[in-house]
Design a protein around this ligand. Structure first.
Ligand SMILES: Nc1ncnc2c1ncn2[C@@H]1O[C@H](COP(=O)(O)OP(=O)(O)OP(=O)(O)O)[C@@H](O)[C@H]1O
Ligand SMILES: [Mg+2]
Length: 224
């Protein structure tokens, strides 16, 4: 499903070069729930940004679903981002003026799905993440954990092959964090969507079927 070969990313800050990823290679099979672990500054976000087509590496290759995604033109990459990939961010990134259900169906609306269909899909997804009673709430009328579950439903709306989640529970208390991780795990089991999440909480290892540990931009350990 995903093959990464010899990936390197160097950030340039004036004349200083910061090597954030060095020679990273691994494979991810379809349906895995992958935990990218490591201390602050180890390169987790940088790796997720390259894999999720938000950024481009300096060298190496990334194959997603048999497609080499690095040299694709930006237009093709944005189509992949909208239709094949789903995103969950630490800070939820919901649109404050839109209700839960409107936030969830927005990416489907942008993909040209018919309104009757995307409204039904969005409602079903909100029920799946345990928010069937909150579909008309604005983000500010929801708890942090509920907002993150809206974001997870939104990430699923275009039936993605992969969901990327960068520290999805970092802003949450431990009970809400568990609900969010359980929600991701259930979706992974139920739909077979591949999930790649970042965490620096060793407790989150239990959610993963594959673990990749980073240190100073290199893989130090990997378990499948
Ligand atoms: N935009 C940038 N410009 C320059 N250096 C950067 C940039 N983003 C990250 N870095 C550097 O790259 C390295 C890896 O950063 P990254 O954000 O990937 O770490 P992380 O593992 O996600 O850390 P955290 O757990 O704190 O989120 C760090 O040394 C960081 O300072
Ligand atoms: Mg990070």
């Amino acid at each position: 499903m995903i093959t990464v070969n010899n990936l390197s990313k160097i950030y340039k800050m004036g004349k200083v070069e910061v090597p954030a990823l060095s020679d990273v290679s691994f494979d991810i099979e379809k349906g895995m729930m992958v935990g990218l672990m490591g201390k602050s500054g180890s390169g987790k976000t940088t790796l997720l940004r390259q894999l999720s087509l938000i950024d481009r590496p300096n060298s190496g290759s990334i194959i997603i679903d048999a497609k080499d995604v690095i040299d694709l033109p930006e237009g093709k990459r944005s189509i992949l981002r909208l239709n094949t990939l789903g995103y969950v961010f630490q800070e939820y990134a919901l649109i404050p003026e839109l209700t839960a259900i409107e936030n969830v169906y927005l990416p489907a609306m942008m993909s040209g799905v018919k309104s009757k269909k995307y409204k039904k899909l969005a409602k079903n997804l909100l029920e799946t993440v345990g928010l069937g009673n909150e579909i008309n709430h604005l983000p500010k009328e929801l708890s942090g954990g509920q907002q993150q579950r809206v974001a997870i439903a939104r990430a699923m709306i275009n039936n993605p092959k992969v969901i990327f989640a960068d520290e999805p529970t970092a802003n949450l208390d431990s009970i809400s964090a568990k609900t969010v991780m359980d929600t991701l795990k259930n979706l992974n089991k139920k739909t077979g969507v591949t999930i790649i999440f970042v965490s620096h909480d060793p407790d989150d290892k239990k959610y993963a079927t594959q673990l990749i540990f980073l240190k100073d931009g290199r893989i130090t350990e990997e378990y499948v």
